[in-house]
Design a binder for this molecule. Structure first.
Ligand code: ADP
Ligand code: MG
Length: 348
């Protein structure tokens, strides 16, 4: 772990002093926040629509490695991955709570940096920090975030709404976050073998950025509304395209076809895949952590999204009960499987 210039032990402030210190600069901006931090519970008021709630937990050594994850990025990412779930409901996030388990291996300065990232994410995504919990841990760092959001009752998008012949659409591009992780893991082992080695990551900046600073797609629900498109179903891509298509298929009971040659992969990411001798299709299907939005829209809405630089049609919904299939570049139909990261590791 990078050495801190200053180390002030957590014990100096005591539990309540620490909470006050960490949460001091969080203004409340949302109309739905009546009361934030400081009582036994926050008080919220939603005047109409539906309220959506989602929680994610990040565990050191399982979900992140502090040797290459700067604390500001960790704070930002922890919030972003939670908000991604709110956007995937076509909702607008409004509040978060942050729970933290830390050992005395961390100093106040380190936690300040995590909260700097959390604050930045709150500003970018316009959410209020309204509570949390702080406790000690004997080993690693654990960050658990709950996000709350709101959405018009008739604009909420669940996983199960896909209809036959709907188009399957993805925002942005895929595979970057997984390749960023590969680059960082490689640099870590180089560094462990030779601590004087200075990594030059400039060639890999997009991949590394996708891993360390993923951005939840705040813009997509707004864009769809502006285009006059209401998705019939939606999910965010946290575990790889394959797994998410299978979730949509299971929830809707419909079959899907996706086309290998339509899957958007950034050219710089394809280059990194080549270097690591990985197929960019395999990485996009199984890599995960891209936090793009995957959704279905009625075929009649095709013209509204056609040519939009943020959106790519990658396939369509087939008949009820059919299996989700990948149509490979050579035309072969291959059943989609949820392999996830383990399968990728085995093929290396
Ligand atoms: P309680 O004992 O009732 O759980 P706490 O002392 O844990 O209360 O928390 C006091 C206040 O500070 C509450 O409003 C709580 O939501 C908030 N809080 C505690 N820890 C955090 C944290 N890590 N981040 C943000 N808010 C926190
Ligand atoms: Mg508490």
């Amino acid at each position: 772990m990078a050495q801190e210039e200053q180390f002030s032990s957590l014990g100096q402030l005591g539990e309540f002093g620490l909470i006050d210190h960490l949460t001091r600069d969080f203004p409340l901006n949302q109309a739905s926040t009546i009361k934030g931090i400081g009582d036994d519970a926050a008080i919220l008021e939603f005047l109409s629509g539906r309220t959506v709630v989602s929680t994610d937990m990040l565990v050191e050594g399982v979900h992140f490695d502090l040797s290459y994850m700067p604390p500001q990025h960790l704070g930002y990412k922890a919030v972003a991955v939670n908000l991604s779930d709110i956007y995937a409901m076509n909702a607008k996030p409004s509040q978060i709570t942050v729970s933290l388990a830390v050992s005395n291996r961390f100093g106040i300065e380190y936690l300040d940096k995590i909260y700097e990232g959390i604050r930045h994410a709150c500003e970018v995504h316009e959410v209020d920090l309204v509570g949390g919990d702080t406790t000690s841990s004997y080993s690693g760092l654990i960050l658990s975030i709950t996000a709350i959001g709101e959405v018009d009752e008739n604009r909420i998008t669940e996983r199960g709404g896909a209809k036959e012949n709907d188009l399957l659409v993805i925002s942005g591009d895929l595979g970057g976050a997984y390749m960023g992780l590969q680059v960082l893991e490689r640099e870590k082992s180089v560094f462990q073998a030779n601590p004087d080695a200075q990594p030059d990551l400039s060639e890999y900046s997009y991949a590394v950025q996708r891993q360390l600073k993923p951005e939840a797609r705040k813009d997509i629900p707004d864009l769809l509304e502006k285009l006059g498109v209401l998705p019939s179903s939606m999910i965010d891509v946290s575990d790889g395209l394959s797994s998410e298509v299978l979730h949509l298929s299971k929830a809707s009971g419909m079959g899907f076809q996706i086309y290998e040659d339509k899957i958007p992969v950034d050219p710089t990411i394809s280059k990194v895949c080549e270097e690591f001798k990985l197929s960019s299709t395999t990485v996009a299907l199984n890599g995960g952590e891209d936090y793009e939005l995957l959704f279905t829209i009625p075929l009649a809405d095709h013209d509204k999204i056609k040519g939009n630089p943020h959106l790519t049609v990658i396939g369509h919904v087939t008949e009820a009960g059919a299996k989700p299939m990948l149509i490979a570049r050579d035309g072969a139909a291959v059943p989609l499987q949820a392999q996830g990261w383990n399968a990728l590791k085995e093929s290396e």
